[in-house]
Design a protein around this ligand. Structure first.
Ligand SMILES: [Zn+2]
Length: 206
């Protein structure tokens, strides 16, 4: 009788502890089914199945995860970024793969198809998932703007795919609209005689 009592008490203890650890069943009453549920879950966490090499490779190619801009901005200031790219722009070390002597006039339409990298030589922005083209990510956008002309560098030089190049153009335009990027307004010569009377023009000149 006493032995039976201790066994049931121990069982109750186990059940209570399992109830605490398993967050999904806190609302449920103490029962064996809850214990079984927790055991199954723990087993699954310990042995999530055999991870094959193919799965790991597929994980690297996955681009379905959306990286926020704040993370990308932090990444650009991190030591990991410095180690990878140094002080040069992200596109400088990239080399396009193409058959024949001369590269095709246009870069590929996109590097990512159905959420996965679909090429062995993705463009400099697609290959690094933490590079997010956004109007707030100024450190990245400035790398694609020529210091001589102040315009966005052509994809023939940077190697960006057509999709990312369009995203870049949109982001740069948005940054300029928001006043985050400075740019020179093109000089225009006006013929003031089209706007003023002759007498007024002489007054202005004098
Ligand atoms: Zn790309």
């Amino acid at each position: 009788m006493l032995r039976n009592f201790t066994i049931t008490r121990n069982l109750a203890k186990i059940l209570l502890s399992s109830q605490k650890t398993c967050s999904g069943v806190t609302q449920r009453t103490v029962s064996l089914s809850a214990l079984r549920f927790c055991e199954a879950k723990e087993e699954k966490e310990e042995n999530p199945g055999e991870v094959t090499e193919i799965d790991e490779k597929r994980k690297l190619l996955d681009r379905t995860k959306v990286i926020p801009v704040e993370t990308s901005i932090k990444y650009l200031n991190s030591s990991a970024y410095k180690e990878t790219y140094g002080d040069s722009p992200v596109w400088e070390q990239y080399k396009r793969n193409h058959k024949g002597l001369l590269p095709p006039r246009h870069t590929r339409k996109t590097c990512v198809r159905k959420g996965f990298l679909a090429t062995g030589n993705p463009c400099p922005v697609c290959r690094d998932e933490y590079l997010v083209l956004h109007h707030k990510n100024l450190d990245l956008l400035k790398q694609f703007i020529s210091p001589q002309t102040g315009k966005v560098i052509n994809y023939s030089k940077t190697g960006l795919c057509q999709k990312k190049h369009l995203e870049l153009l949109v982001a740069v335009e948005q940054a300029m609209d928001a006043g985050l990027l400075t740019f020179d307004v093109p000089f225009r010569k006006y013929d003031y005689s089209e706007y003023y009377e002759k007498e007024d023009l002489e007054k202005i000149r004098n």
